[in-house]
Ligand binder design. Structure first.
Ligand SMILES: Cc1cc2nc3c(=O)[nH]c(=O)nc-3n(C[C@H](O)[C@H](O)[C@H](O)COP(=O)(O)OP(=O)(O)OC[C@H]3O[C@@H](n4cnc5c(N)ncnc54)[C@H](O)[C@@H]3O)c2cc1C
Length: 409
């Protein structure tokens, strides 16, 4: 096969927010829908490992070379197909289609600028539209699932384009049918499709509401805004508050990453400028903010059987949940377990180690400059094993881990 003739000089460190990971042997960035499908098909036909990458914000790749094909979607258009907003339950509904390669926060900024509500709570989450539905991103009382009408995918098994609706997508906490198609069990790669799902997202059609206000549905956000949970507020004000709360926790990507030629064109220039300006105002300088060199929350909040949750200390957080088979379960907080097991903000396996917990968020594993994937892996293992020995709970990484096993011993 000759579809990927040249070897690439790129590494996963160039393409991921945590800035680690080894060389990529072949990289392509088609700028058409057909080009994406062909690139995926060519890799699949040749039996090469395939990694469709978005913003690389939920991905941790090993230091070894990736002997496969990395495809980044260069289609980034946002369109509003509705000529008039139909009224449903007294609300004006507007459908907005975004191509998978569109930067997620560009999409949120666009929706808010049109006076649409539904995704403002997800402001500042790094990455692209395609992966937003794989992971069912969520924050501050919103999940993308609530605003998705349908997802256009290339089905790598059936070899055709399909449109998946809410029922097919089986959205759950940080999960969807897209995500489960690449895993054999939580955190355990499946035999056929890992590290990219069977379904490659081509575009997402969102169902947003045309009104000037959103509803504040999260306590932390309400506090930042000085309002109560359930209060109605200007959507743009909610977006600004979310960005401010995220900045204070280091839970934004380092906007400086877009200076890397490898990231060129992946985010709208005006939004890069705005993100850089607020980052510099927050940190007081132009250098990297190492707390932002992460994959976000590194471990998923564990969902435990009622019996396992009973064994936790009385003050451990507990939220009602259900297991994959629908039985009642309890969700607890990975951050609480980590902190109470003795791993506090800034923890590193050794003094001066280049990987450490964020100084502002216990759940973020960060590259403090010059870390390798093996340093992140050593930190992840120390935290995972520490929590297991204190609480008997096995933490599962949330990012897609390529070329390393951070679940088993
Ligand atoms: C600082 C920070 C804060 C974060 N905060 C949050 C948060 O609040 N809530 C939250 O839910 N997440 C959060 N995340 C995690 C991450 O941003 C999201 O999971 C995001 O959706 C990942 O998007 P991406 O484009 O970077 O995906 P990538 O990391 O590039 O890819 C992740 C997975 O999706 C697959 N994928 C990518 N594009 C496609 C496509 N087009 N079709 C099919 N599969 C695809 C990849 O193959 C891979 O398996 C945070 C991350 C960081 C770094």
């Amino acid at each position: 096969m000759n579809a990927f003739p040249s070897s690439s000089a790129l590494t996963f460190a160039d393409l991921t927010t945590i800035g680690v990971g080894g060389p990529i042997s072949r990289f392509v960035e088609p700028a058409s829908r057909v080009g994406i499908i062909e690139a995926v098909e060519d890799a699949d036909r040749a039996g090469l490992p395939l990694c469709v990458i978005g913003g690389g914000s939920n991905m941790l790749a090993a230091d070894d070379a990736f002997e496969g094909v990395v495809v980044r979607d260069g289609c980034r258009a946002i369109t509003v197909p509705d000529e008039a907003a139909p009224v449903e339950n007294g609300e004006h509904i507007v459908h907005v289609n975004a191509e998978a390669g569109c930067n997620w926060d560009d999409f949120v900024a666009f929706a808010v600028s049109l006076g649409l509500t539904g995704v403002e709570g997800l402001s500042g989450i790094p990455g692209m539209v395609g992966a937003s539905v794989v992971q069912n991103i969520g924050a501050y009382g919103q999940e993308v699932a609530a605003s998705v009408e349908s997802v256009e995918v290339w089905d790598r098994e059936a070899k055709r384009v399909q449109y998946l609706g809410a029922v097919d997508l089986r959205f759950a906490y940080r999960s969807s049918a897209l995500k489960t198609s690449m895993y054999a069990a939580p955190g355990v790669p499946g035999p056929r499709f890992f590290p990219t799902p069977r379904y490659v997202v081509l575009s997402v059609t969102f169902r947003l509401i045309h009104r000037s206000y959103g509803v504040v549905s999260n306590g932390q956000l309400a506090k930042a805004l000085g309002v109560g949970v359930g209060d109605k507020l200007d959507t743009a004000a909610i977006r600004e508050a979310v960005l401010a709360v995220r900045a204070a926790k280091g839970m934004l990507e380092d906007a400086g990453r877009y200076a890397n030629p490898a990231m060129q064109g992946t985010k709208r220039e005006e939004n890069i400028r705005a993100a850089l300006a607020s980052q510099q105002a927050a940190t007081g300088g132009e250098g990297p903010d190492w707390d932002r060199h992460s994959c976000g929350s590194f471990f998923m909040n564990p969902i435990l059987s009622v019996r396992a949750a009973d064994a936790l200390p009385a003050d451990a957080p507990r939220f009602p949940a259900t297991t994959a088979d629908g039985s009642p379960a309890v969700k607890t907080s990975a951050a609480w377990l980590i902190d109470h097991a003795g791993f506090h903000k800034g923890y590193a396996v050794a003094t001066g180690a280049p990987a450490a917990l964020s100084s502002r968020h216990t759940l973020a594993l960060t590259n403090r400059g010059g870390a390798k994937a093996s340093d992140i892996a050593a930190l992840s293992t120390a935290v995972r094993d520490g929590v297991q020995s204190v609480y008997g709970v096995r933490l599962i990484p949330e990012p897609v881990v390529i070329g390393m096993n951070l679940v088993a011993d």
